[in-house]
Design a binder for this molecule. Structure first.
Ligand code: LLP
Length: 403
């Protein structure tokens, strides 16, 4: 099993399938899952892969085969997970802001649902009484995560039931006899500090006695991985040791399962986006490198100011100079400003690292450009798992009318 694809492999795949292309290394996904399993050994911890990071069916099937469970963020993700082979008992649906009809649909499909509003909990009670045990997502009022856009547990966040509304929550539960089997929090993405999870645990442990049907505590995902050399990352061994110790030390928590929902940790580093250089443009301010991509393919640098490492696969030994890597869409889609790169020429292949999580998944057809193809590599063998869009895809659902 190889954790990194070599430059030669990446070039070969780009030549075979064309660019832009997303490439995922399945061996790396397996490695990351094994690391989690090893850190959280003992059977008490369940891993739910956060499918929103990367939902390609072949990836979901592979993660299913590895033995993980899956966490979904929409009814369509639930359906994809079921199609990929997950038994409903291994599917979790952590909903946010959805119409009650979608919760009903998920319950009828047999998956476990975390409800994130008093409104929908009340509806569940009114319509189904205590028929369906569910989880509730709470907002613990903890600031965490790499930047405000990906912080989800603070006291102005839309996510979850604010923990200070515990009284109202209990009223609904009591009124309908709803069995709350899981308490969920997810405080953010890119969390590098294990103690954030302990803060969350402290909030939950204070209220556990109010939930007699509880079976599990779900601490969400958000494990930070490295996007560049020397980047601080979460230490999952330390996280495991601290979390398990906290659960052991708390009488009421001893019998509970512990759930995590990692997305980036599972699939960020497995992914590469390979693009080609269209042209160079010298200006007084910088040298622009325009590639055959844009925020329609990888929006993280523009949306979150996220750093993605870039390499020139075609000229690794070239003289290093600063280049501003930009896309070809009609927006300011700057991937990197004045990034030192080996000499870049027309036609060179540039690779973006850490492109597995929230890469293709957040892609669009803006400017009527095609989304890239997706390729997966297992034991050195590359296979196409999604074709590049075509003109037919762009017009498929359009209804052309004469006006
Ligand atoms: N569980 C829940 C309820 C979540 O909302 C998320 C992410 C996860 C798990 C997985 O988080 P992860 O382990 O991947 O950090 N698009 C952003 C990240 C937003 C994540 C939203 N929720 C990015 O590209 O940085």
């Amino acid at each position: 099993m190889s954790e990194q694809l070599t430059n030669e492999q990446l070039v070969r795949i780009a030549q075979e399938f064309g660019t832009p292309v997303y490439i995922y290394n399945a061996d790396k996904i397996e490695k990351q899952y094994q690391r989690l399993r090893a850190a959280f050994e003992g059977g008490r911890v369940k891993i739910f892969y956060a499918a929103k990071a990367l939902t390609n069916l072949s990836v979901l099937r592979f993660i299913h085969k590895l033995g993980a469970n899956v966490d979904c963020s929409s009814i369509n993700e639930v359906k994809l997970a079921l199609q990929a082979g997950f038994d409903p008992s291994r599917v979790l649906y952590t909903s946010n802001g959805i119409h009650f009809a979608e919760i009903e649909e998920a319950l009828l499909l047999g998956v476990f649902v975390n409800i994130d509003s008093l409104y929908n909990l009340q509806k569940l009670g009114e319509k189904y009484g205590n028929r369906y045990p569910v989880g509730v997502r709470l907002r613990p009022n903890i600031m965490a995560g790499g930047n405000l856009k990906i912080s989800t547990g603070h006291d102005r966040s839309k996510f979850g039931i604010p923990v200070e509304q515990l009284g109202q929550l209990q009223d609904i539960i009591r009124k309908y006899g709803i069995r709350i089997q899981n308490l969920h929090i997810h405080t953010g993405s890119d969390i590098k500090d294990a103690d954030i999870f302990i803060k969350g645990i402290d909030v939950l442990f204070d209220i556990i006695p109010h939930f007699p049907d509880l079976r599990s505590i779900d601490l969400g995902g958000g494990f930070k991985v490295a996007y560049k050399d020397g980047d601080p990352v979460i230490n999952i061994e330390e996280l495991s040791q601290k979390v398990l110790a906290a659960f052991d030390a708390h009488e009421a928590a001893r019998g509970l399962e512990i759930w995590f929902e990692p997305g980036k940790f599972m699939v960020s580093e497995c992914g590469y986006l390979i693009t080609s250089v269209n042209l160079l443009k010298e200006t007084a301010a910088t040298t622009f490198v325009s590639i055959n991509s844009g925020f329609n393919h990888l929006i993280r640098p523009m949306f979150y100011d996220a750093y993605h490492r870039i390499e020139n696969l075609s000229n690794p030994g070239g003289a290093v100079a600063p280049y501003s890597v930009v896309g070809n869409i009609c927006e300011t889609d700057t991937f990197a400003w004045d990034r030192p790169l080996p000499e870049v020429r027309e036609g060179d292949l540039l690779v973006f690292y850490n492109a597995g999580a929230y890469g293709y998944e957040m892609a669009s057809t803006f400017n009527s450009r095609f989304r890239p193809a997706e390729v997966i590599v297992r034991n050195g063998k590359a296979q196409l798992i999604r074709k590049r869009d075509t003109m037919e895809d762009l017009i498929r659902n359009q209804v052309v009318v004469d006006l």
